[in-house]
Every structure is written in C-alpha cells, then in structure tokens.
Design a protein around this ligand. Sequence first.
Ligand code: CNA
Length: 238
Amino acid sequence: MNEKIERLKQLVRESDNIVFFGGAGVSTESGIPDFRSVDGLYHQQWKYPPETILSHSFFARDPEEYYRFHRAKLVIEGVKPNRAHLRLAELEREGKLKAVITQNIDGLHQAAGSKHVLELHGSILRAYCSKCRKPFPADVINYGQGVPRCDCGGVIRPDIVLYEEPLDEDILHQAISYIRRADVLIIGGTSLNVYPAAGLINYYRGNKLVLVNLSETPYDSYADLVIHEKIGEVFDQI
Ligand code: CNA
C-alpha cells in the first residue's frame, strides 16, 4: 500500500465524523461513464453536448430527443455498486461516516446499503408529472418509447435536477451543515466543475480534506491529501 493510501486509512481509523462528497467518477468502475473523462459522454457523438440535452430548456423544447438520450445513455442495465460504494456503506454502519453527499443520479449508494444519502441532483429511479407533480414509477420513463405522459396531459419527467434548474434547498442546507461539522471530508470522483455543487467544498472548516480523483481538480492545492487513483481501488484498501 502506498504512503498516501496509508495516510487516508489512518484518517479514517481515527475519525467518527467523516463526510463523503462524490460525483460521476464514483460510478465509472460500475460501468457508468462520467462526462469529462476521455471515454466519458462528452467525447461521444451526439448532436448536442450532454449539458445541453440535460437542460431545462432542452427538455421543454424537445422531450422526444431528451428521452432518446436518457434511455440510451443514463439508463444502464445491470449496474452494481462497486468497492467505493460498498466501503462507504460499511463505514456508515460502523458509525464513522455521517453522510454521503452525491452529484450522481444512479441510486448506487442506496443499492450498496448507505442510508444517509443526500442526492444533490436527484435520481433517475424516481419520476413525476411536470404539470400536476403526481409521482410515477421510474420504469415509465426509463423504458418504452417516446414521451411518457400523465392522465392530466403533462409530460412525465425524471426526478433529477436538470441544468438551469435550482438545487433542492433543503438538501443543499443539509449538505452544507454536514460539511461544516465534518472532521474528515473525503471528496471523490468529481471534476469539481459543476456549480453550485462544487462550491460546497468551501464550507469545510477542518484540516483533513482528502481528494481522490483520477485527474487533477481546481481544488487540488487546497487539499491536505490528494490521491490520483481509481476510487474503487483506493477504498478497497482503507
Ligand atoms: P465529471 O465532471 O464527469 O467528473 C468526473 C471525475 O471523476 C473526473 O475528474 C474523472 O477524472 C474522475 N474519475 C473517473 N473515474 C474515476 C475513478 N474510477 N476513480 C476516481 N476518479 C475517477 O462528473 P461530476 O460528478 O464532477 O460532474 C457533475 C455532473 C455529472 C453531475 O451533475 C452528475 O449528475 C453527472 N453525472 C452523473 C452520473 C451518475 O449518476 N453516475 C454519470 C455521469 C454524469
């Protein structure tokens, strides 16, 4: 085990107030592509970049094309939690980890057994009518063809935060509160490019900020420990 992972293991061993904040890179080892890696969604051939298709105005303008992308790229059959998700759930059960704050919409932290998950960007495992807000099972949006509609005539949409939409204030406040009080803050698998989520890091008051990310992030110089390795492999060793 290298020195940096040994240091992270020690921080985890000595703390009972760890908070984890993660992004798409947490799920790449489960087979879900992120946006910005070389084999991520940005480098694939679609008529528009993911941030355009996954925006409020695009969904309103062209829900048909939105759903084509949604079903082809966001819904991936048979994905399972990887070692990062599983170890985080274990740390929660051991009473060491207080919350997982995630930008992911894939539900894999809950599938791994984590109970206290704050989903900043919602989940593709929930859906509701954009007109009357009636909830629908996720199968209605994730499978089938065309644009799913409610009895009231409204378009059924995924319960995710599209670009141009605000984050849920209650979830955001809870996330800020956990980060403010955290002893150890581990940030993993996120390019820290998407705001306001990325700005959460500024609320941390401690001196044990750990970044685990394959590529460099704009916050590397602020961190007390930076590990540029695969997060599943790192969490397998701590
Ligand atoms: P991003 O901007 O795509 O960045 C991902 C980061 O993870 C990159 O810096 C990679 O270097 C890094 N990375 C990739 N694989 C690994 C790995 N195995 N171990 C460690 N690091 C790795 O993703 P962000 O989450 O920062 O961007 C935020 C967007 C992307 C959010 O709105 C997400 O909802 C959205 N997204 C979510 C998913 C998902 O739910 N799984 C998938 C793709 C995009």
